[in-house]
Design a protein around this ligand. Sequence first.
Ligand code: FES
Length: 159
Amino acid sequence: MKFVLDEEKVAMLKQCIAQHKQKPGPLMPSLHDAQHIFGCIPIEVQKIISEELNESVAKINGVVTFYSNFTTEPKGKHVISVCLGTACYVKGAKEILEQIQDLLHINPGETSSDGMFTLENTRCIGACGLAPVFKIDEKVYGAANKDIAKKAIEEALKA
Ligand code: FES
């Protein structure tokens, strides 16, 4: 999916950054605002933050890529997260992940070309008792298998 830099959103972000600059440590809150406003923090947005905060793009990029709540690409309408923590992995999470990859023709970290789904791997989400587990947006699917994954995707497509 192609990212488009919207001037109104840029103005909104600059306003937020100006406020954060009044206090110590403006980088993290500025990044959170950027993620919220644009839905991602691609290099074009990182450059704006760099200019406004007088920080190098390299430093900003390092922070963006380190924290999983920041993304450099726009996410799809639905985000599918497959837990690959130990409990889920031993109970077959990898097969579920492969099934979803096959169905959507995307790899983890990618978004389908129709913009409907982003696929992610995640570490333990604290629901090991329900392993293997995957999520579509905030909904958790426990004791999952390939069929459940297929049906869940079909449901999300209809929603
Ligand atoms: S390992 Fe998957 S929820 Fe804990």
